[in-house]
Every structure is written in C-alpha cells, then in structure tokens.
Design a protein around this ligand. Structure first.
Ligand code: PEP
Ligand code: MN
Length: 256
C-alpha cells in the first residue's frame, strides 16, 4: 500500500497560481523568521519580481527555548499582508497539530520542519487540513523514513505534498549540515512528488548557498527555498546562512 506512486505521471502541486513539478523550477525566498512588517517588506520588495513564493517563519522551532520563538499569529498577519501586496503565495511552518487550523487560515502552504518530520499527529493534521504541505527531511532521517512521513499526509487524501531536502547531520561541523543532493534526486525518483532543496539550512554557510542553488537546479529538482534577509547580520535567526537581496539577485542572474 502506497500513495507515493499514485498515477503514472509525476505529481503537480498547485499553490495559488504556481505549480510545482511542471518543469519550471519554483523559487521560494524570504527571511528565516518574520520579525516585523518593515523587515519582511524590505527583504521581499527588491526580489519580488524574481520569485514565485515567499517564505518566513511565524512559529519558530528554536533549539533553545530562550531564543526568539516567532511572532506567531501577528507574524501570519504580516505574511498575509506582504503576500497580498506582492501577489505572491507564502509558505510558513506549523509546529503542532493544535495550530494547524490557525496557520491554515492564513498560509497558502504549510511547512513541516525537520524537527517535526516524524510528528505523526502533526503530519495527519496537516494532511487533513487540505492545504498543500512542504515536508522537510528530518536531520537524521533516512530516505525511507522521509517518504513514509509523506505517506502520513497522503493517506489523509491530500496529494499536494512537496518534499524539501535541508541537509542531514554528520560528524563534521564545517558545514551546519551535509546537503544531501544525491538523496534528494533519489527521493524524487522513488516517488511521484516534487522535490525541492533548501541550501540555506543545507549548508548553514552564506557563501555555499549560491553554489548549492545552482547544483540543485542543475540536478533537476523542482525548485529551491532560500533564506533572504534585508540585513542578514541583524537577523533574529539564521543570519549566517541568509543572503542579502543583492546577493540573491546576483546568484539568480548567473542561473538565468
Ligand atoms: C526553516 O525553514 O526556517 C527551518 C526551521 O528549517 P528546518 O526545519 O529545515 O530546520
Ligand atoms: Mn532558518
């Protein structure tokens, strides 16, 4: 029993008026966390006509409980406002099953983060919400575990699932994670679902993000999700792996 191969064709996933898996890579960008309306707008405005979708965390899964936890519903409201302003759909993370109705009320796509990849109650609730879901690979998850996590969403009758490779743990701390591009390509071959890459968390190092964007698209993935912040050095989270709008545009210019 598996829904991973439903049909004979590759799955196309609509989010608003964009489509994952239709041949054209989908570019998602925005800050790690929504910090304020001004911050989000300053990061998105310069890149708005080069991206397909906005990202930004309102509920943040931080390693330390004392780190910035996100603006929660206020962050969702800001995301909705900026999304409407630039006519771009947005994806944002949901951390617990209880929050799914609230996040689904605002977001165009629900993100399930690496730390929650095997939160089966959350996977089921996200599946039942009927919203498209972006499912990150857990930092210590095998491909089989990742695909089985997707099954929990599909099983609810929700086929709108996009997988996202975001790096896995290794013994070497030179990069935050090991960006498993080969694993992402393999996961794409082992399911009908679109697979995108997040080279920001995948590397944790600003200078490595553009090379891995290029590699992901050259490898035939269905898109990339990139952390872009108006002023990376002042970001509330993940500034070290965030690109400035200018750096991001320079990277895209090389790809086009
Ligand atoms: C994020 O995308 O902001 C995030 C927390 O990612 P991950 O779950 O991959 O760590
Ligand atoms: Mn982040």
């Amino acid at each position: 029993m598996s829904y991973l191969y439903e049909g004979t064709d590759r799955r196309q996933v609509y989010v608003g008026n964009i489509m994952f898996g239709a041949g054209q890579p989908i570019i998602i960008a925005g800050p790690c966390a929504v910090e304020s309306e001004e911050q989000l707008e300053a990061g998105i405005a310069p890149i708005a006509d080069k991206i397909d979708m906005i990202r930004g965390g309102a509920f943040k899964p931080r390693t330390s409980p004392y780190s910035f936890q996100g603006l929660k519903e206020e962050g969702l409201k800001i995301l909705q406002k900026i999304s409407q302003k630039f006519d771009l759909p947005f994806v944002t993370e949901v951390l617990s099953p209880e929050d799914v109705p609230l996040v689904a009320e605002y977001a165009d796509m629900l993100q399930i983060g690496a730390r929650n990849m095997q939160n089966f109650a959350l996977l089921t609730a996200a599946g039942a919400s009927g919203k498209p879901v972006l499912l990150k690979r857990g930092m210590s998850a095998t491909l089989k575990e990742w695909l089985n996590a997707a099954e929990y969403i599909l099983k609810e009758g929700n086929m709108d699932v996009v997988l996202c490779e975001r790096g896995i743990r290794s013994f070497d701390a030179s990069t935050r994670n090991v960006f498993d591009l080969a694993g992402a390509v393999l996961a794409r071959g082992q399911s009908c679902l679109p697979v995108i890459a997040d080279p920001s968390h995948g590397t944790g190092v600003r200078e490595l993000v553009c090379p891995m964007i290029k590699a992901s698209l050259a490898a035939g993935l269905d898109g990339v999700m990139v952390e872009v912040h108006a002023d990376p050095d002042s970001a509330a989270s993940d500034g070290q792996q965030s690109l400035s709008p200018e750096e991001f545009l320079d990277c895209l210019a090389v790809i086009e």
